[in-house]
Design a protein around this ligand. Structure first.
Ligand SMILES: *Cc1c(COP(=O)(O)O)cnc(C)c1O
Length: 407
């Protein structure tokens, strides 16, 4: 059986196959970058039209109450909660991942008097490290970096917080959340997990792992749209002690009492700062509903099957690439990263053929598998394109070697 026939057989047997119809996917495009910007759910267009025309246009300011706009951060947070193993009242959809990191790192530092070190790993996503460095510049934090297998040894008595990204954006490698959170606690540190490349692609068990804090992205696997609001999680046990420095009025106990003095809200709402972006949250809600409907376990199973099938198709075509992602699909997120000296030009040649993946420094061709809307047939086709590009050295063409601003 050729790989394309095998792909079609697998597509027919795929319980998520029909969900592809629920997304707008341009013709002739195989989209392998849903881990960077998720595709557009068709229902988002209808929902945004309704929010704009009816809730904003007609309802005007009445919609804060009538359309429950004011509850959107907690309503969408409650819907994200089961995807990450949290309780509904522990999660909020708000701000960007970067801003949520800042709030939670600062809150953790304040809870850990006498300890200033934030432990992370070299090569973590830049914004995670830059937020630590910003707090360091304010004199509040001290950054320490340890390679993955040296993290436990680096958890000294001065460590306030362990901050790690659960699934690495470049390699797709997954950390053992349960083990590392326990090690942090053993050393008297708190643990904050960045779930940007995990949420929506695999089950996460924050409560079970006893995680203290988490943040994650709304525009990747949750398909919330470009610049969608992010989310944050604070374990219930920290709702009294965790105090964040962006003490905007919506984190107040009674925002509409308009008091001069700040008193934080009793629950996770104390992590809010300013007025929520209603259009962005409305779009995110549609994306989250769709992920919940598809079921996170089914999405995860399919994401593993897709990436393994692509590898089979590549080896059937004799393509050997240097895989930097873990070999075992259970140890990686929903992506495969290959190292190649011409990775940038190869990614451009793929894009010219309608196969949209991306390039990450250094020398990494990154292919993401959003299981909600990709087919096994897309994997077989990707393998064919990649084999042809490598065989013919198509990537050597000058137009594939010019760098754009966003890679
Ligand atoms: C995508 C991503 C972010 C994004 O942060 P923004 O504030 O939305 O720009 C943060 N952390 C990680 C690990 C990411 O992958």
């Amino acid at each position: 059986m050729t790989t394309i026939e095998e792909a079609r057989r697998r597509d027919e047997a795929d319980p998520l196959h029909d969900y592809r119809e629920r997304f707008h996917l341009p013709k002739g495009v195989i989209y392998l970058d849903g881990n960077s910007l998720g595709a557009l759910p068709l229902a988002t267009r209808d929902r945004l039209k309704e929010v704009v025309d009816e809730e904003w246009g007609h309802g005007l300011i009445r919609s804060w109450n009538d359309a429950n706009w004011i509850d959107l951060p907690s309503r969408v947070g409650a819907k994200i909660a089961p995807l990450i193993g949290a309780q509904a009242h522990e999660v909020l959809a708000c701000d960007s991942t970067s801003v949520n990191l800042f709030k939670l790192i600062a809150a953790a530092l304040k809870m850990q008097s006498g300890r200033k070190v934030i432990l992370s790993e070299p090569g973590n996503f830049p914004t995670d490290l830059y937020m630590i460095q910003g707090l360091q510049q304010q004199g509040l934090a001290e950054q320490r970096l340890a390679a993955p297998d040296e993290i436990e040894a680096a958890l000294g008595e001065d460590v306030a917080l362990l901050l790690l990204t659960h699934t690495h954006y470049r390699t797709g490698r997954k950390h053992d959340m349960a083990r590392l959170t326990a090690a942090a606690h053993e050393a008297g540190a708190l643990a904050l997990w960045d779930l940007s490349h995990s949420c929506g692609a695999m089950p996460v068990h924050l409560n079970e792992c006893d995680a203290d804090f988490a943040v994650g992205c709304g525009y990747k696997y949750l398909n919330g749209g470009p610049g969608a609001p992010a989310f944050l999680y604070a374990a219930e046990k920290h709702h009294i002690d965790a105090e964040q420095p962006l003490t905007g009025w919506l984190g107040h106990k009674q925002p509409f009492a308009f008091e001069d003095d700040y008193t934080p809200a009793a629950g996770v709402e104390r992590m809010l700062a300013g007025t929520p972006p209603i259009l962005g949250l409305s779009a995110l809600e549609v994306g989250v509903d769709l992920v919940a409907e598809m079921g996170i376990e089914r999405l995860y199973a399919k994401s593993q099957a897709l990436s393994e099938f692509l590898r089979e198709c590549l080896s059937a075509r004799g393509v050997e690439l240097d895989l930097v992602s873990p070999d075992d699909p259970s140890e990686r997120g929903s992506q495969l990263s290959f190292r190649h000296p011409e990775a940038y030009a190869i990614s451009q040649a793929l894009i010219a053929r309608g196969v949209i993946g991306d390039y990450r420094e250094p020398e990494i061709l990154r292919l993401g598998f959003a299981p909600a809307y990709l087919r096994f047939e897309d994997m077989a086709e990707t393998a064919r394109h990649l084999a042809e590009i490598l065989e013919s050295r198509e990537y050597e063409r000058a137009e594939f070697n010019e760098r754009a601003a966003v890679t």
